[in-house]
Write a protein that binds this ligand. Structure first.
Ligand code: NAP
Length: 255
């Protein structure tokens, strides 16, 4: 039978790992993947938040497990991926979503903060990608959640953040080249302003400014990014790798 679009967007039988899945964009991604049939390993720094996402998945009829760790801690990431291998046997999809975006002007940027931003946003993604890559012996999909700030600053004070995400884009392309021959596709999604727990501290004026500059007339919601993840993770995108997909309602093309 010729596959229909519907079953191309089915993830039944797939094992997906989503980092930073206890809140915001990661939570929406985990719920969407589970809703499409994937078994989801929910990873978050906060144990309770990870468990809450898992509960939401199981209440909706999905399956998964939850783990808590800081993705910037290499040995902890290795342990969790070993546990995932024991529990599920393999990884098919990794979504590197965990990230932090502290605001600090370059003049006030401490070495500690710089290290922390790179530890989570770049090294954390690399640790997970490396562990998942080792388990993806029959092919797989890796999606790194980057940012439009990797291309141009959306506000002052995001220098370390933008640099870490630009490095993540570079890692995405290198991993796509190295993993392509093994049937592993690696892409990045670059969200614009998305309303989440993390961006809740953004002043209303800033929120309104971004919405007013967005051709689609609003800021994003986590599910906007989750939808793009499903598309890139699906066989509909089977010839797409090493790409950076902007998902921002058109904000970056608007001057
Ligand atoms: P969020 O609301 O702050 O949620 C992030 C989740 O990741 C939280 O549950 C957080 O746990 C967890 N996390 C943070 N550091 C972690 C670590 N070291 N190890 C494991 N988990 C960790 O963030 P978000 O707005 O959804 O953003 C998610 C991703 O999208 C980030 O990579 C961000 O850079 C990217 N992004 C977001 C936007 C936006 O406008 N929201 C725009 C562009 C890109 P805690 O709550 O315990 O910290």
């Amino acid at each position: 039978m010729r596959p229909t679009t519907n079953n191309l967007l089915s993830f039944i039988g797939k094992i997906a790992v989503v980092t930073g899945a206890g809140a915001g964009i990661g939570r929406a991604i985990a719920l969407r993947l589970a809703g499409a049939g994937a078994t989801v390993a929910v990873l978050d720094k906060d144990e309770q938040q990870a468990r809450q996402t898992l509960e939401a998945i199981t209440q909706a009829g999905g399956t998964g497990c939850s783990w808590s760790a800081d993705v910037g801690n290499g040995p902890a990431v290795t342990n969790i991926f070993q546990e995932i291998a024991v529990t599920f046997g393999r990884v098919d999809i990794l979504v590197n979503n965990a990230g932090i975006y502290p605001v600090a002007p370059i003049d006030e940027l401490s070495d500690e903060l710089l290290d922390k931003v790179f530890a989570v946003n770049l090294r954390g993604a690399l640790y997970c990608l490396r562990e998942a890559g080792r388990q993806m012996q029959g092919g797989g999909v890796i999606i790194n959640i980057s940012s439009i700030d990797s291309l141009r600053p959306s506000a002052p004070g995001l220098g370390a953040y933008g640099a870490s995400k630009a490095a993540l884009n570079a890692l995405t392309r290198s991993a796509a080249v190295e993993y392509g021959p093994r049937g592993i596709r690696v892409n990045a999604i670059l969200p614009g302003v998305i309303v989440t727990e993390g961006t809740s501290i953004m002043p209303d004026e800033a929120r309104q400014f971004y919405a007013s500059r967005t051709p689609l007339g609003r800021n994003g919601v986590p599910d906007d990014i989750a939808g793009a993840v499903l598309l890139l993770a699906s066989p509909l995108a089977c010839f797409v790798t090493g790409q950076t997909l902007i998902v921002d309602g058109g904000f970056t093309i608007n001057g």
